[in-house]
Design a protein around this ligand. Sequence first.
Ligand code: ZN
Length: 415
Amino acid sequence: MENTSDMIIRNVRPWGKAPSDVTIVDGYIADIRPHQQAEISPPPGTILDGEGRILLPSFTDSHVHLDSTRIGQPFKPHTAAPGVWNMIMNDRKNWRQENESAETRAASTLGRMIARGATRVRSFAQIDADCGLERYEAVAFAKKFHQSRADVAIVAFPQAGLLLEDGVPSLMEEALRNGADEIGGIDPCGLDKDPVRHLDVLFGLAEKYQVPVDIHLHEPGDLGLFSIQLILERTRALDMKGKVSLSHAFALTGSPTEQTLKVISELAELDVAITTVAPAGRPSLPLEALTAAGIRVGLGQDGQRDYWSPYGNCDMLDRTWQLAFTNGFRKDSLIEHCVAIATIGGASVIDPKGYRLADALDRPGLSLGDPAELVLVAGETVAAAVMDRFADRTVIHQGQVIAAQGRLLEASETA
Ligand SMILES: [Zn+2]
């Protein structure tokens, strides 16, 4: 019996290499061979003309806040005063005042991300005394709405602290009972100013519900390194190797020092992952040193045009350019490394059992047996595609074309 999930992508260049024909069977890459100009007898199943475009693993957004997005809403001037607490309060004052519900905004933003090539996503959902589980439910709606197009992990996230307002830990627990996939923390010293209690509550819930932990760590320098030590202690004590991520990790930015290299090796030993949103205005994470140490590194877009920042356009290829740009990379191999981080690197952050980058020259995700989570992008070379960021994309999830030319295909076309 013909397997209707089969597909041949003709004339694509895996990681920018020679034109190839790639066969997909049951959602996995089953064959890759040099492109044949003429098919004498077309095989059964779908044929997708790659038109000579570059084939890449699909993007992974490993750090996005779908609950706060204002993508698609009328642009508003930025009104928040500087400082994390001011940003939190400004967002709290405004986030409900939109033309569309949080559910609709989250689903439409996720749809745009998918249409631009992301099929693997880790999104935060703010839980606090003001919003309760409203924002979690918005992200859960978006996840369900696009369940046939992307794999989404939701992190219950105490953006306004775990301890500063009453009832937040029990709300976090409620989100976990309602299906949140992971639990988040934030600046244990800098925000809650009680790092031991913050981390004990956080890791206690992680252990109780057997979920991974992802901690926003904006704390710089020695303060951040101190928090990392407390996080490592708990990761070790609870045997949570491979289940902890640090977002931002500003304490590790800049050229590696003897002190930060020691911390990096401790993080590697406990398989703690790191994600970045490639921020401007500060030193970058030492990507090559992190990858060389065996640390899983992912890239994300953070908030999308929200009350925190006007930046963000749902395009992980754009954010990949930003990662290369903020690192000052010019060499093609380093720009391609950014693509590897934005695709397979992030996938291994969300799923530690997935393939992890061996080194900065590793270009995985397109071998026989790999899942057909793919994106076709226009461009001369991979580095050129990052510089040009053409809108011409085709997105494949579980072996099915789900988006083309920046638009999601209708459900009937993907069935
Ligand atoms: Zn964040």
